[in-house]
Write a protein that binds this ligand. Sequence first.
Ligand code: NAP
Length: 286
Amino acid sequence: MTLLDGKLVAQETYSRLKSEVLDLSGKGVKVKLVIILVGDNPSSLSYIRSKKKASEQIGVECEIIAYKPDEITSEKLIEIIQQLNGNPSVNGILVQLPLPDHVYEPDIIKAISPMKDVDGFTAYNIGKVFLSKEFEHLAPCTPLGVIRLLEYYNIAVEGKEATVVGRSNIAGKPVSVMLLNRGATVTVCHSKTKDLVKHTKNADILVVAIGKPGFIKKEMVKEGAVVVDIGINRTDEGKLVGDVDFENVSKIASYITPVPGGCGLMTVASLMENTVFAAKRQNDIL
Ligand code: NAP
């Protein structure tokens, strides 16, 4: 069994991006990412810290604009985003989710310019993912991170049976399309799937994003499968665990992601990749 090491691949991504950012700076382009945070959700704060740290590591300026929930309405947030859309010194805009209930998330995502949507959540960028691999510009970060992990380890996707468990717009659904773009035969499972085990057991590549600790057991996995665990769950003891029973599934998988240390780190690395790409495209350097 080989670990799909998100830490290693993220660090290699950062070394490459760091030299690209330096190169851009030589051409007069200073890359900047703006993160908007509303409230003080502890997970959001921790995600933002890692995004800032990664930005600093590769030489990208990362500005965090924080608001208290009662300072913000949908209209006000849209106005702030529109100003950032029009500011040429800002290359990437990320609104940290979740937002408070009184702010309607789809309207906020819609307000972000697709050219600066480094999370890859706007309908425009998601739509491009549906066209083909060649149109996957500013793809959603978590699925992109999964693809980068598979690429790094030279894991063939074409002709393989891939099963994705979970169909959210940020993880399961786009990763399914990206695997399809690479020639896998893809089955997408969800809470209404009748015989889940039949589908998981058939998978050469099994990608799981459901949000249930240790849900995928050894008996549900084909011997030799590549197992990618997107899930990040905190146990009552405060430990981070994935959706896959790592201890037992790792005994039969050919490759498997650890949690932590797998997809979470790759999501941040992909955000950096998207930010640098956005800066290049905005400055016609591609
Ligand atoms: P989500 O929006 O809650 O979606 C969960 C999906 O799992 C849904 O499609 C749901 O089916 C399906 N599901 C739930 N129970 C199931 C079951 N028993 N059998 C089959 N399918 C089931 O979650 P998400 O945002 O995709 O996140 C999933 C997990 O990934 C979470 O642990 C989250 O923290 C993690 N995550 C990690 C990253 C990262 O950076 N690594 C990024 C995003 C998410 P229905 O559609 O039928 O309800």
